[in-house]
Design a protein around this ligand. Structure first.
Ligand code: ADP
Ligand code: MG
Length: 567
């Protein structure tokens, strides 16, 4: 292994030379307290930045093992250290200048959620942080002295104040981990006690703005459970906590426009993930496999059995193995539900703001005008009880406009000036006066014919296959975009990166014309469980920019892929 001095000498040597000479700094350097590993070097100052790691052995880093002895605690420690690394870059590094990406120094940047990531890895032997550096140049001439400032001046300070237990705010770290333990416990309690969601009193659900996931500070009305739905849980660190627990079954959220219905549902959607201290949703928990369902016209659908909702389409289109390049509002929503059931869910989350109206209800007058045999859609209201009673799948649904749903609900919660009230008995009283008969299809929700993923789903060009992430919502497969905009529970660009590398992994290693799309996605998660998230990446120098999405978003991306080919 080289020494720190070797790196410095090399950087001075190549100062002023052409950019390619940077390739010579690849390798590992002993900095005394840690090892710097420069794993990949960019080809020019405008290319994606170079990738590097620092590795500190635990006899120097000294993180107590009991902080990361469970998977959810390990994730919390890595999350904490990633955030701290980022903060310390700002604190200890004055950006050096140069052309293109010169002088960039970044680590993955988590948002409000705590996710399993590759940016920091900790175990009993070592702690390791992965970051990116834009190796500095003027035009295409190496600025070796500026590079030396990054590696020999800034980085040592950042590492010293991030990866050594005795140098950091250990009580903040402790709290971060304790919260993760509580959240994990809370989610386990939900399942054990037959609840689908919990929102602690005092939670702050609204966000700062439509484009910010930070909490609204000014004028936020804290959450307060109606008495009838209030329960008390005992958490290992926080102790007793009270809030609204939503039981399994069908729950309506009603109320006037602008009274906070969608905000409540959105908090539930996001609370399949843990949130950081100060977020406002620290003690909001939803079953982790809950899926937001919405209309998504224009999406592609590949051989999905939408017959539980849609039959007798004009021109005899098959709805048992339904395919389209351009789904309608209702067919897309039906496909979204069936696909969620296929990967597995306990809970559907629906907001009428983003639904196809004709998928949700058909009122009595319309039923009289358009005869049943001319209407292919069995609306969701006719199937929502079957979903629960036959398949055990609960639904929480925001309905501001259709009282028809009172009839099928177990609980009705009314939002009034951001405060929830239990109006179940009033809603039931009203509905007895308007009793309706609902005709039903009985088509089973479970698909008998498995959806086998075919190799031909992954066409190659003469240059092979190139998969890239373009922001949170788009993956480019060669030149075909996969649009993830309506996977609303995809929350972090690093999750999108992870889906990109997973698709590449599937294409290279898994797809074999015999496994179903669900088996393949489950296999990916087995591999991650066994070997870690790094395993998916073909980059040998360890990727720092992956975060684990749920299976639901991973399969959601595949299901939207326009080359997807199912047997
Ligand atoms: P609805 O879906 O009932 O029409 P929204 O959930 O969209 O209403 O909320 C309307 C507005 O009120 C949004 O700007 C939202 O940020 C804000 N809001 C929601 N809940 C609260 C709250 N608890 N305190 C303060 N403002 C809130
Ligand atoms: Mg709304």
């Amino acid at each position: 292994m080289h020494s720190q001095k070797d790196l410095q000498n090399k950087l001075f040597q190549i100062d002023g030379k052409g950019y390619k000479a940077y390739k010579s700094i690849r390798g590992q350097y002993n900095f005394g307290d840690y090892i710097l590993s420069i794993d990949s070097v960019q080809g020019d100052p405008f290319a994606s930045p170079s990738k590097a790691r620092v590795i500190v052995s635990q006899d120097k880093a000294r993180f107590p093992q009991n902080l990361f002895d469970k998977s959810h605690k390990n994730i919390a420690v890595c999350d904490f250290l990633t955030r701290l690394f980022s903060k310390n870059i700002n604190k200890y590094y004055d950006k050096v200048s140069g052309s293109g990406k010169s002088g960039l120094l970044t680590v993955d940047r988590p948002g409000q959620e705590i996710l399993k990531r590759t940016s920091v890895v900790i175990n009993e032997n070592s702690v390791e942080a992965r970051f990116e550096v834009g190796l500095p140049a003027a035009g295409r001439k190496i600025l070796g002295k500026n590079a030396n400032i990054i590696f020999s001046k800034a980085l040592p300070k950042i590492v010293e104040n991030t990866l050594f237990y005795n140098n950091i705010d250990t009580s903040a770290l402790q709290k971060h981990v304790e919260l993760a333990v509580d959240q994990n416990h809370l989610r386990n309690l939900l399942k054990e006690k037959g609840y689908i969601a919990f929102i602690a009193n005092g939670s702050v659900l609204p966000r700062e703005s439509g484009v910010s996931d930070k909490p609204l500070i000014k004028g936020a009305v804290p959450f307060k459970s109606p008495e009838s739905l209030e329960v008390e849980f005992n958490l290992p660190n926080r102790g007793k906590i009270k809030g609204m627990a939503i039981p399994e079954g069908i729950t309506l959220i009603v109320g006037g426009g602008y009274h906070g219905k969608s905000t409540l549902l959105r908090a539930l959607e996001r609370s399949v993930y843990d949130h950081i201290i100060g977020d406002g949703r620290e003690y909001v928990a939803t079953r982790e496999n809950a899926v937001k369902i919405r209309a998504e016209d224009g999406r592609r659908v590949e051989k999905v059995n939408i017959s539980p909702f849609i039959n007798n389409l004009p021109n005899g289109q098959d709805t048992i193995r339904f395919s389209t390049e351009n789904a309608s509002g209702s067919t897309s929503q039906a496909a979204n539900i069936i696909e969620a059931l296929e990967i597995g869910t306990d809970l559907l989350l629906i907001d009428e703001d983003t639904c196809a109206t004709n998928f949700m209800v058909r009122d009595k007058m319309m039923q009289q005008l358009v005869s049943k045999d001319k209407e292919p859609i069995t609306p969701f209201i006719n199937r929502v009880r079957d979903l629960y009673e036959k398949n055990g799948i609960s639904t929480i649904i925001v309905v501001g406009s259709s009282g028809d749903y009172f009839d099928v609900a177990d609980n009705v919660i009314m939002m009034d000036e951001y405060i929830p009230y239990d109006v179940t008995s009033r809603a039931k009283e009203i509905i007895t006066k308007f009793k309706v008969n609902r005709s039903n299809t009985n088509n089973d929700f479970i698909n008998e014919s498995p959806r086998i993923l075919l190799k031909s789903s992954f066409p190659r060009t003469s240059k092979g296959v190139k998969i890239r992430t373009k922001g949170l919502n788009t993956i480019m497969y060669n030149r075909t975009p996969i649009d993830l905009k309506y996977l609303e529970q995809l929350v972090d660009t690093s999750q999108t990166n992870c889906i990109s590398v997973a698709i590449e992994y599937i294409q290279k290693n898994l797809v074999n014309d015999t496994m179903t799309i669900t088996q393949i996605v489950n296999k990916i998660y087995e591999i991650i469980d066994e070997k870690g998230l790094d395993e998916l990446s073909s980059f040998s120098g360890h990727p720092g920019n992956l975060a684990l999405p749920r299976k639901h978003e991973m399969i959601g991306a595949l299901n939207r892929f326009r080359h997807l080919n199912i047997k």
